[in-house]
Design a protein around this ligand. Structure first.
Ligand SMILES: *Cc1c(COP(=O)(O)O)cnc(C)c1O
Length: 412
């Protein structure tokens, strides 16, 4: 028998695409919750309050708005559960995560025969994958053209593709879905809580799924936000789906959503953790107190500073998300991306490579919305570049930061 020593996990700077840096207030609520069971009135009330605050964060009147225990993929699995074998789907893929969404959709839409033919990577005839090259966005024209041609039951894409750091055209997507009678499904894992948008402004989209640990800053794995229109729920009611735990209608019951209506308290669906409910509740309170609009402004402001600083080091930024920059190293360092990332990570400076080709470097600023944090990232990244032999002008980097933050102390 081996009893390992107590696990110690070091302090790191989470400067990647996610998870983000959880607010101390969230951790305090997590650790401060009492051991109430999942049917305790305070827990049930907390879940109802979370549901109500989540509607404000997402900008929706959808009754079916709640959290799914787990990570982004858990929420996405609930959202895609309405896709049934043989359903026609057009899926737009422009990076790692929409690529996995595409795999999920192919698994759900495959007939029994199609799944058995290639169980880990089915290729159902009813699914069309439209691939947009890494580093480019899915545009409204691309969606319009594909939906006009295929007229599918469902259309799906990532709002923000975190693999390549690209923002996709959500309005163009929603408009095309409406024009061609497709029900839109959107992976909003990276955009919720970072961009200022209201899901109800996109009526072509009927299902949304996000995650706890990126824009919502609630890493103690809590709840993946999801929201569904009444139309989505009606379609699901008519087809059913083959899951109990991830069934959008059944899962909603514990959040006090029964027969399409809010009821005072929920009924049992599965065990919920008082710790998770308390943490999620506080994360939503923080988001609403700071406001989604202000956080979005802060992301835009600080991303621009970081972008200019790494550009002054000779890097080329190819992303347009505001929580993350994706960059190519200067020409003479091309091919050394993994070496650089490993070097940073070895110092608990948690930046990331891309997870699919081409290899690029990703630096994120989730919940690092202040000058000090950004300057710290710039210093660490610049030092790591120099350690690998890069040469650049520190004056140019400082000047880039000064343009955004102003000179804190006048130079003599
Ligand atoms: C992070 C991410 C996911 C996966 O989320 P997990 O929390 O790792 O399950 C899915 N889609 C997008 C766009 C993401 O950024």
């Amino acid at each position: 028998m081996t009893i390992h020593p107590q696990l110690t996990i070091p302090e790191t700077i989470a400067a990647g695409p996610g998870p983000g840096n959880t607010d101390a207030r969230v951790l305090a609520r997590f650790a401060g919750a009492g051991l109430a069971d999942h049917m305790h009135p305070a827990v049930l009330r907390g879940m109802v309050e979370c549901k109500e605050m989540l509607r404000d964060v997402m900008g929706t009147k959808n009754v079916h708005t709640f959290g799914v225990a787990g990570t982004g993929w858990s929420g996405l699995d609930v959202m895609f559960s309405a896709v049934m074998p043989g359903d026609t789907v057009v899926m737009f893929v422009n990076g790692t995560f929409s690529g996995i969404d595409g795999l999920t959709v192919r698994m759900k839409a495959a007939t029994a025969e199609e799944l058995a033919a290639n169980p880990m990577d089915p290729q159902p005839a009813s699914v069309t994958i439209v691939t947009v090259p890494h580093g480019q966005s899915v545009t409204g024209e691309i969606v319009e053209k594909a939906l006009a041609e295929h007229k599918p039951k469902w259309a799906a894409m990532a709002h923000w593709e975190t693999g390549s750091g690209r923002v996709n055209d959500i309005k163009g997507f929603s408009d095309a879905c409406e024009a061609h009678g497709a029900m839109g499904l959107v992976d909003a894992v990276s955009s919720l809580g970072v961009e200022d948008f209201r899901i109800d402004d996109f009526p072509g989209v009927h299902g949304w799924a996000s995650c706890p640990q990126k824009g919502i800053c609630c890493l103690p794995l809590t709840y993946a936000p999801v929201s569904f229109t009444d139309h989505y729920i009606d379609v699901l009611k008519s087809t059913g789906t083959r899951t109990f735990v991830h069934h959008p209608i059944m899962e909603a019951r514990h959040w006090g959503i029964i027969d399409g209506k809010d009821v005072g308290t929920g009924t049992y669906h599965r065990t919920h953790s008082a710790y998770a409910v308390a943490a999620f509740h506080e994360a939503l309170r923080i988001t609403l107190q700071q406001t989604v609009a202000q956080r979005a402004k802060d992301y835009t402001f600080h991303e621009a500073a970081l972008r200019d600083a790494v550009t002054a080091m000779g890097c080329e930024v190819t992303s347009n998300m505001t929580s993350l920059i994706v960059l190519n190293l200067p020409y003479d360092m091309a091919g050394r991306e993994m070496e650089l990332v490993q070097h940073c990570r070895a110092q608990n400076f948690g930046i990331w490579p891309t997870l699919s080709e081409p290899v690029q470097v990703r630096i994120g600023i989730l919940n690092l919305l202040n000058q000090q944090a950004i300057e710290d990232i710039v210093v660490r990244f610049g030092q790591a570049m120099r350690d690998l032999g890069a040469e650049f002008s520190q004056d140019a980097v400082n000047a880039a930061l000064d343009r955004h933050y102003g000179r804190a102390i006048a130079a003599e």
